[in-house]
Ligand binder design. Structure first.
Ligand code: ADP
Length: 765
C-alpha cells in the first residue's frame, strides 16, 4: 500500500497525461492503476461506477479486496509477492461496494516502473444487449430479491470461493458478507458438513447436473434443524462450468411434521399390535357376530368352547352353542336390553362345549357399528368351576353353620384392630341373650366376664401369644348366673406378625367344670382320708408292736417254764400266731410308708448271690416241710457288687418265694437271677420266681398286686394270707426303679418276673 502511495504522483505525471488521460478517464471499461502489489493508486470513472466506491475510497484499496480471479489466476492479487508477469487476462468476479459480484474479464498489463494497469471488462462476459446501467439495475434487483428471501442462496466459483451470498446466508453463519465473499466455504462450514458438501459441490461440477442434498444440523440451542438444498452448475458461454449456485431452505417444520406422522403411524401400529395381543390373550372370551354369524373370536373364546380352528368354530351359528333354555334366556335378555329394561348388563347362560359338556358362562354383549354395519360384540367368562365352588362353599357354609349350631357353641369373629366383635352364631343358648341384645364390641365381652376372671382373661387376649388362644373363664348369663366357657380362638396375623383378628368359639363347660371342681374336692378329701389312714396305720403298728413284743417275750419264758405237752402245744400256737401278727404289722407299716412315700432305701454295696442264699435259708424250713424241690440259678456274669438296699432286695425275694411255696402243694419252686444287660455301670437284673402250684386265672392277674387282694376265699383260707405281700413287693420294686409282671396258668404254676436296675461296683464279687 505504501508503495502505491509513493508511486501515485509519478504515475499521474509520467504515465497518464494529455490524451491518454482523457482516454483513461472516459473509457467505458473499468481501469485501475496499481503498483506491483496491486495496490490501487487510481481508478477511472467506469471503475468507480462499476465498483461503487468513491474516488477517495478506492485509491487506498488493494485489488485483492475487489477482484477475485478464477481458475489458475485465482491467486494473482493475493499474497504480498510482487507480480512479475508482463501481463495476462483471466476471468474474475468483481465485488462491488454493495457486496454484489459481477463477472468480468480482467486484463493485467505491466507498464514500465512497476506500474500495472488492470482493466475489468464486464461487457464480454455479461453479454447482453442491455446497457451496463440496466445490467447493474437488474443485477441489483436480483440480489436485493435474493437477500429478501428466507432461503440460503449463494454462488461460488468452481473451487468453492463465494461470489455471492444473500443476507439470510450471512445471518445464519453470523458472518458479515465481506467475510464470506471471496472466502472458501471450507472456512465457513463445520468440518463434517464441509466434507459432505465438498463432494456434492464437486459432483455438481463434474456431472454438470444439479445435485440435491438434505442436512440435519444441531443448532446452538440444542434443537435439530433440517435443510433441503440444490447445487446447480453455472455455465459459461462455452458450456463450461464456471461456478455453482446453491439454494437451500429450512425444512425443519416439514421434517418434524413427517417425523410426527411417522411416529403417530408407528404408535398406531404399536398400539394396534398391543390391542390385538391384549384381545387375543384376554382372560375373557371375546367374539363378534353379525346376526347369527360369528365373524371374530379370540383364542380364549375358542378354547373356552373347545375349539382350535376359527373356521370350524365360525361354521356354526351362535345359537348352535346355546342350550334351548339359554337361547330363550338370551333372547328375552337381548330384547329387554334393546329397550333399556334389562335388569343386568350381563347374563349367566349354559353353553354347549365341543365335548358335549355344558359350561356356564357370564355373557356381556354390546352392539358396535363399523363402516355403517351393526355387529354384536360379546364377552364371555367361564364360571363353571366358580359356580361349582360357590355351590360347594354354600354347602360347606351351611354344614358348618349346622355343626356349630348343633354343638351349641358360640362362634365369634373379633377384629383386634378396632375392637369389633361379631357373633357368628346365636348367643341365646349359651348366654341367654339374643344376637341383637349383645353389642358387637369387645367391651360387651369383658363386661360379661366374671370379676375374678377378668384381669387374667383380658390380659391373655391382649397378649395374643401363639397361634391359638385357649382359655377358660366365666361369663354372666342374662339371668345372672355365671356360665363356665372354654374359649378357643385362632389368631390371624399381618405381615409383621401382629394379631389383627381372632376367630373362635365359646363352649359351655359348666358341667365339666362343676364335675372337675367336685372331683378335685373329692380327691382332696380322699387324699386327706388316705393320709389319715396311713398315719393311723403307722401309729397303730407301733402301738401293736409294743404289747406284741411283750407277749412274744413272755411266751418264750412260758415255753421254758416246765409246761406239759398239751400246754407246750398251746404255747407254740400262741408263738406262731404272734409271729404271724408281727409280720402283718411289719407289712402294714411298710405299706403305709410306701404309700405315703416315706420309705427310705439304703444305698450300700451288696452281693446279690449272698443275698439270695440268705433269703433261701429263711424259707428253707417251709419248702422242705412241704417236700418241695428248690431250683436256684445265678448268672455267673454277676461277679460284682451292686449298690442298693440289701434288706429290701431280700424282702422281695423272700416274699415271692414264700408265695411260691404257699401256693404250691407238689412239684418244685425255682429262682433264677439273670443279668439282662450291663451298660455304663448299670446292671439290669432279672429275678424269676417260679412254681408248679395252683396258678392264677388270666383275668385275675391284673388284680393280685392290689392291696388286700386275694383270689377266692378258699385259696386264702386254705393257704393263709393277708393279700398285702404283693402290693408291698410291687411298691418296693417301683421305688427301686424296676417293674414286676407275672406269667401264670391255673393248675400248672406261676412265674413272677422282676426287673431291677442297679449301679454296680466292679470286681468286688
Ligand atoms: P397273700 O398274703 O394272700 O399271699 P399276696 O399279696 O402275697 O397276699 O398275694 C395276693 C394273692 O395273689 C394271693 O392271695 C394269691 O391268691 C395270689 N398269689 C400270689 N402268689 C401266688 C402264686 N405263686 N401262685 C398262685 N397265686 C398266687
Amino acid at each position: 500500500m505504501a508503495d502505491g502511495n509513493v508511486k501515485k504522483d509519478m504515475l499521474n505525471k509520467n504515465s497518464l497525461c494529455g490524451v491518454y488521460r482523457m482516454i483513461f478517464e472516459r473509457s467505458r471499461t473499468a481501469v485501475f492503476i496499481t503498483d506491483r502489489f496491486f495496490c490501487i493508486s487510481e481508478a477511472n470513472a467506469a471503475a468507480e461506477k462499476l465498483s461503487g466506491y468513491g474516488p477517495g475510497e478506492i485509491s487506498s484499496m488493494k485489488l485483492s479486496e475487489m477482484i477475485i480471479a478464477e481458475g489458475p489466476s485465482s491467486q494473482i492479487f493475493k499474497g504480498d509477492n510482487a507480480f512479475t508477469d508482463e501481463g495476462s487476462s483471466f476471468a474474475a468476479r468483481l465485488i462491488k461496494k454493495d457486496k454484489t459480484a459481477v463477472a468480468a474479464e480482467i486484463s493485467v498489463k505491466k507498464i514500465s516502473g512497476g506500474i500495472f494497469i488492470v482493466s475489468a471488462d464486464i461487457s464480454k462476459i455479461n453479454k447482453t444487449d442491455d446497457s451496463p446501467d440496466k445490467i447493474n439495475i437488474i443485477e441489483y434487483t436480483i440480489h436485493a430479491t435474493l437477500d429478501a428471501l428466507p432461503l440460503w442462496i449463494a454462488y461460488g466459483d468452481t473451487l468453492g470461493n463465494y461470489q455471492f451470498a444473500n443476507k439470510y446466508y450471512s445471518a445464519t453463519f453470523k458472518l458479515p458478507i465481506e467475510n464470506i465473499i471471496g472466502h472458501n466455504f471450507k472456512e465457513i462450514f463445520p468440518p463434517d458438513l464441509y466434507k459432505k458438501h465438498k463432494l456434492l459441490y464437486d459432483e455438481c461440477i463434474k456431472t454438470c447436473c444439479s445435485v440435491t442434498f438434505e442436512d440435519k444440523v444441531t443448532l446452538e440451542n440444542g434443537l435439530t434443524a433440517y435443510a433441503y438444498g440444490l447445487y446447480t452448475p453455472l455455465f459459461a458461454e462455452d458450456k463450461t462450468v464456471y461456478g455453482v449456485s446453491v439454494a437451500s431452505f429450512d425444512i425443519t417444520a416439514k421434517k418434524e411434521l413427517e417425523l410426527q406422522i411417522q411416529k403417530a403411524f408407528d404408535e398406531t401400529k404399536e398400539s394396534e399390535e398391543k390391542y390385538r395381543t391384549l384381545v387375543e390373550n384376554s382372560i375373557c372370551g371375546i367374539g363378534i357376530k353379525e346376526g347369527d354369524k360369528i365373524i371374530y373370536a379370540n383364542k380364549t373364546l375358542m378354547k373356552m368352547f373347545g375349539y382350535d380352528d376359527f373356521k370350524e368354530f365360525s361354521s356354526k351359528k351362535t345359537t348352535d352353542y346355546q342350550t334351548p333354555e339359554s337361547q330363550k334366556k338370551v333372547k328375552i335378555w337381548m330384547d329387554k336390553k334393546s329397550i333399556g329394561e334389562a335388569d343386568d348388563d350381563q347374563i349367566e347362560v349354559d353353553i354347549i362345549h365341543k365335548s358335549g359338556k355344558l359350561i356356564t358362562v357370564v355373557l356381556n354383549s354390546a352392539d358396535i357399528k363399523i363402516d355403517g354395519k351393526t355387529y354384536t360384540q360379546s364377552a364371555f367368562i367361564d364360571i363353571t368351576e366358580r359356580k361349582k365352588l360357590k355351590e360347594a362353599l354354600k354347602e360347606w357354609t351351611l354344614r358348618y353353620e349346622y355343626i356349630v349350631e348343633a354343638s351349641g357353641q358360640l362362634a365369634y369373629d373379633y377384629n383386634l384392630t378396632n375392637g369389633e366383635i361379631s357373633w357368628e352364631t346365636k348367643p341365646e343358648k349359651l348366654l341367654g341373650y339374643k344376637t341383637k341384645e349383645l353389642k358387637s364390641t369387645i367391651k360387651t365381652w369383658s363386661e360379661l366376664l366374671h370379676p375374678q376372671d377378668r384381669e387374667k382373661s383380658v390380659k391373655k387376649l391382649n397378649e395374643a401369644e401363639g397361634v391359638m388362644l385357649d382359655d377358660e373363664y366365666r361369663l354372666r348369663h342374662k339371668d345372672g348366673h355365671y356360665v363356665w366357657v372354654r374359649d378357643r380362638g385362632i389368631f390371624l396375623r399381618d405381615e409383621s406378625g401382629r394379631a389383627i383378628r381372632q376367630i373362635g368359639m365359646l363352649q359351655d363347660i359348666s358341667g365339666l367344670k362343676n364335675a372337675e371342681i367336685e372331683l378335685i374336692s373329692a380327691m382332696q378329701q380322699a387324699e386327706s382320708a388316705s393320709k389319715a389312714k396311713s398315719v393311723f396305720l403307722a401309729n397303730i403298728s407301733h402301738e401293736i408292736r409294743t404289747p406284741m413284743n411283750g407277749i412274744m417275750g413272755f411266751t418264750n419264758l412260758l415255753g421254758s417254764s416246765g409246761l406239759n405237752e398239751r400246754q407246750k402245744e398251746f404255747n407254740s400256737i400262741i408263738k406262731e400266731s404272734c409271729a404271724h401278727l408281727m409280720k402283718l404289722v411289719d407289712d402294714l407299716l411298710d405299706f403305709s410308708n410306701i404309700e405315703t412315700k416315706k420309705l427310705k432305701l439304703e444305698n450300700a454295696p451288696f452281693n446279690i448271690h449272698y443275698a439270695l442264699i440268705s433269703s433261701i435259708e429263711i424259707v428253707s424250713e417251709y419248702y422242705k416241710a412241704k417236700n418241695l424241690e428248690l431250683e436256684k440259678f445265678v448268672d455267673e456274669r454277676i461277679n460284682y457288687l451292686v449298690i442298693g438296699d440289701q434288706l429290701r432286695f431280700k424282702q422281695i425275694v423272700i416274699n415271692l418265694l414264700t408265695n411260691a411255696i404257699k401256693y404250691t402243694s407238689k412239684g418244685k419252686i425255682g429262682i433264677k437271677i439273670l443279668q439282662s444287660s450291663l451298660n455304663e455301670g448299670v446292671s439290669n437284673i432279672t429275678i424269676e420266681v417260679s412254681d408248679t402250684g395252683i396258678g392264677i386265672p388270666r383275668e385275675k392277674i391284673g388284680e393280685i398286686f392290689e392291696m388286700f387282694h386275694q383270689l377266692g376265699d378258699s385259696n386264702t383260707s386254705r393257704h393263709g394270707g393277708s393279700g398285702i405281700g404283693l402290693s408291698i413287693v410291687k411298691g418296693l420294686i417301683e421305688i427301686m426303679g424296676g417293674n414286676i409282671r407275672v406269667e401264670s396258668e391255673p393248675e400248672k404254676g406261676s412265674k413272677f418276673i422282676v426287673e431291677l436296675p442297679f449301679n454296680i461296683v466292679r470286681n468286688k464279687g
